[in-house]
Ligand binder design. Structure first.
Ligand SMILES: C[S@@+](CC[C@H](N)C(=O)[O-])C[C@H]1O[C@@H](n2cnc3c(N)ncnc32)[C@H](O)[C@@H]1O
Length: 256
């Protein structure tokens, strides 16, 4: 299967689709979480380091008392790296995803699994952990939430779990405006030609509705909303070694 058709195969997945992928053992660990192998193989250690850096995780001294929540961990090596890192620091790990996905992850004392869709299905987690969580990770999940759930309900609820000084990373967010900017440049055009192996131009349409897509307006609105609520919020670039860095970005929100 070529890169483009593999990419199309994993476009527009729902929470229900991910359950089926998780149980399909003909798929690789990356395909189970909706990525063609080429996008994740030998890349997850870069993502892991980036997550740890953006959360300033290794600088904290919470040995034995910390809590990390991963919303939508999936089941590839990435959540396992996060779990190992937390175990080294004696952190408690909370995982929220479908039962099918969570079943693929290790079961151990440091981990508490909450089955279902955040936030609607996990009210016990939400009630139990108000103001108690040090770090929240939601990597490559926000575009699946956008348009299915009120994103402000998702973010407001997640942020209500952070302790003062706690940090949340919503990573790997596709931004259609960033994509259009990139593919309007000569660099973007060359990238497209290389990727498709054709001499065609990338399709870039301005001044039209973009249903289901996150854009600059959505992301900047989020930054402004939570700054106005007293948090610090920033949009950050991805390392250029990651395959989507030219059209995705990361959001960090810190509770002061
Ligand atoms: C693209 S995968 C990313 C997995 C992992 N974070 C990574 O980057 O490798 C998206 C994951 O989020 C889960 N998911 C999507 N929406 C969710 C929600 N609202 N609550 C919990 N899990 C969710 C899916 O089941 C799937 O496991």
């Amino acid at each position: 299967m070529n890169k483009q058709s593999d990419f199309d195969r994993f476009k527009n997945l729902t929470f229900e689709d991910f359950k089926k992928l998780a149980k399909d053992d003909s798929l690789s660990q990356y395909q189970k979480v909706g990525f063609p192998d080429a996008y994740r193989e030998n890349k997850e250690h870069i993502i892991f380091e980036d997550i740890i850096n953006k959360l300033n995780f290794q600088l904290e001294d919470k040995n034995g008392s910390g809590v990390l929540l991963d919303i939508g961990p999936g089941c590839s090596d990435l959540p396992k790296m996060i779990i190992d890192h937390c175990d080294k620091l004696n952190f408690k790990i909370l995982l929220v995803d479908s039962k099918e996905m969570l079943d693929q992850l290790p079961t151990k004392k440091s981990i508490t699994k909450f089955e279902g869709y955040f936030p609607n299905d996990v009210l016990d987690l939400v009630n139990q952990y108000q103001n108690k969580v040090d770090y929240i990770v939601g990597y490559s999940i926000f575009h699946y939430v956008f348009y299915n759930t009120c994103i402000f309900k998702f973010l407001d609820t997640a942020l209500s779990l952070l302790k003062p000084g706690g940090k949340m990373l919503i990573g790997d967010i596709p931004n259609i405006t960033k994509r259009k900017r990139f593919f309007s440049t000569q660099t973007g055009i060359e990238f497209h030609k290389n990727f498709t192996g054709t001499d065609t131009l990338p399709e870039v349409n301005h001044l039209q509705l973009e249903p289901t897509h996150i854009d600059d307006g959505v992301l900047m609105g989020i930054v402004q909303r939570y700054r106005n609520f007293g948090f610090e919020a920033y949009l950050l670039p991805q390392p250029s070694t990651l395959p989507f860095h030219n059209r995705r970005e990361d959001l960090v929100i810190y509770k002061i």
